[in-house]
Design a protein around this ligand. Structure first.
Ligand SMILES: [Mg+2]
Length: 270
């Protein structure tokens, strides 16, 4: 089976691994499952996630991590006509993911804008300034393909909620006068599609394992995949019960032990 595994709230919470998850994923890989970690976070290059996961004892390997940054790069590079130059409002991890796929990037500066980028990619940008925002919006107004890594309004830091990529995308869309042409991250289907395609497996055969009802589970429904909602993150059982039946996951697990049973049953049935 192909397992599309969300990170925060599923494999770890902040810097702390969720007890039993690294071991369970190691067992599933040994049993023949393919695991791809999928995260909306566009900040880091995949090598940085791999280092974190390895330190927690989770299985890692080539192609096993697809962030919204990586999925954006794969989606752009596989277009019939990939962009010639892409202006990036985001961090070095996002820039590197795009370059790894052979895409030429320019900075959101007057010099970058002068190179007439035909695509704009917006992710979370810790160096956001008024000038970077205004320059990116100018490229959007000039008609460049406008792609957002994701639209998460906020993301959790240990002591507060920080502004997410979606907040920056909203600013660019307002100043640029139009909405993104494409949004890659959950709940949109692009992240899961690219993750499955990178493994050469049909996305509708995947099992999505996530803690977000409106993100992971919603995206699973969009691509026709089965899903397990983990109660180890942001969603409570009461929230699942209150959701309309069509928005609920295939299975619910309160931790790795319950997840192990679900995956054994799913593997036996397929
Ligand atoms: Mg999560």
């Amino acid at each position: 089976m192909l397992l599309l595994v969300d990170l925060d709230g599923v494999v770890y919470r902040g810097p702390v691994p969720i007890a039993g998850m690294p071991e369970l994923l190691t067992e599933r890989v040994a049993a023949g499952d393919r695991v791809v970690y999928v995260t909306n976070n566009s900040r880091w290059h995949r090598s940085q996630y791999q280092a974190t996961l390895r330190s927690m004892g989770a299985p890692v390997g080539e192609g096993m991590l697809v962030s919204s940054a990586r999925a954006t790069a794969l989606a752009l590079a596989s277009r019939p006509r990939p962009p010639r130059r892409t202006l990036v409002l985001g961090g070095p991890g996002l820039v590197q993911e795009l370059r790894d796929e052979g895409l030429r990037t320019v900075a959101p500066t007057p010099a970058g804008l002068g190179q007439e980028p035909d695509a704009v990619v917006v992710g979370v940008d810790f160096s956001l300034t008024y000038r970077r925002l205004s320059t990116t919006a100018a490229a959007v107004r000039s008609g460049a393909l406008f792609v957002a890594t994701n639209r998460d309004p906020v993301f959790p830091l240990p002591d507060q909620l920080a502004a997410g990529a979606g907040s920056i995308v909203a600013a660019v869309a307002t100043a640029g006068g139009r909405e993104p042409d494409e949004v890659i991250g959950k709940p949109e289907p692009g992240l899961f599609r690219e993750a499955a395609r990178s493994m050469g497996m049909p996305v509708e055969d995947a099992v999505v394992i996530g803690d977000g009802l409106g993100t992971d589970i919603a995206a699973a429904h969009r691509v026709g995949a089965r899903s397990v909602l983990m109660l180890t993150g942001v969603t409570t059982q009461a929230q699942v019960d209150a959701a309309p039946p069509a928005a609920r996951p295939t299975w619910i697990a309160d931790g790795p032990t319950a997840l192990a049973r679900i995956l054994e049953d799913a593997a036996a049935a397929s």
